[in-house]
Write a protein that binds this ligand. Sequence first.
Ligand code: ZN
Ligand code: ZN
Length: 357
Amino acid sequence: MDAAIFYGPNDIQIKDIDLREKKSNDNCLLKVLSCSVCSYDVRTFRNGHFKVTPPMILGHEICAEMVEEYQGKNFSIKPKTRVSVYPILPCFTCWYCNNKNYNLCINLKELGSTIDGGFAEYLLIPKMIFDIGGAVPVLDNISNEEAALIEPLACCLNSINQIKNLDFDSVIILGDGPIGIMQLMLLKRFFKVNITMMGKIKHRLDLAKKLGAEMTILIDNENNFEKYRESIKNANNGFSPNIIFVSNNNPNSLNLALKMANKNGKIVLFSGIKNENTKNKNTFTIDPNFIHYNQISIFGSFSSTPNNMIEAMNLVSSKEIDMKNLVTHTFSLTELKEALITAESFKGFKSIINNFS
Ligand SMILES: [Zn+2]
Ligand SMILES: [Zn+2]
């Protein structure tokens, strides 16, 4: 089968490989139908990533079709069934796994990072992912492309769960990419909040407006935070507690978020940031007195759980969340490099690899 193999920064090659030697009783063979490009893939393609040891097949936003049957203790999944794939392989022994927080497993392995992922014609998925409900059957009214986006939508649900019990009436989303748009749609679905979307790409902010953002701000320079702060203050209830989602990979964004935070404000750090090719390379200075006297909190949010995947699937199937606006560019596997560059240059929203064979 053909697979796009990442050999190192800027080096991805389509190769004909044989999966037979990796096939075992512990994994299932699936045919990839669609695999969406995540900004993580773009960053890894350009700079490498401390998690990824080449050669590796990237791609973790996967819709695939069962080639063989999965037979588990409590349920089975038949051949030809389409599934959205949860990309985390947990260890089942740590505290987090015992509490079903598989995304926080201390020994986790990830499809498309430490195990071969979805930029290929076929992939092998460890049965342990099936055992935890990580192959979520795709409902009939959902396209392959939309099904590939269930994984990032699940991650957005996880990020929103970090703040769901807090008292707030205004939200700022820093980042107008697919993640920011998904968070916008989810926040509008679950909360009565005033949303300001801040980003650098005009057409993306236009969609945010269409989807209900009360205000959009085109960021021309992160140092202009006082101007942004003033216009948001006027549009919202003055300086009420706010929540700020950092949903882009620009290293300056956390700083901007701190500048935009009101007293009792909460910041949710969704995205990994650029230059993460070396472990612990990113550092950031925070004034502890600012955090203390203003009662600021910073929350991290990483990946998702299988339950988030199921909830995401139901939200898309019931049309409460419409992913169609985000499916803007499709490519074949041999065009993966073009797809990565399209995503990198902020064209449209999602670049998706379709398996046409
Ligand atoms: Zn992703
Ligand atoms: Zn674990």
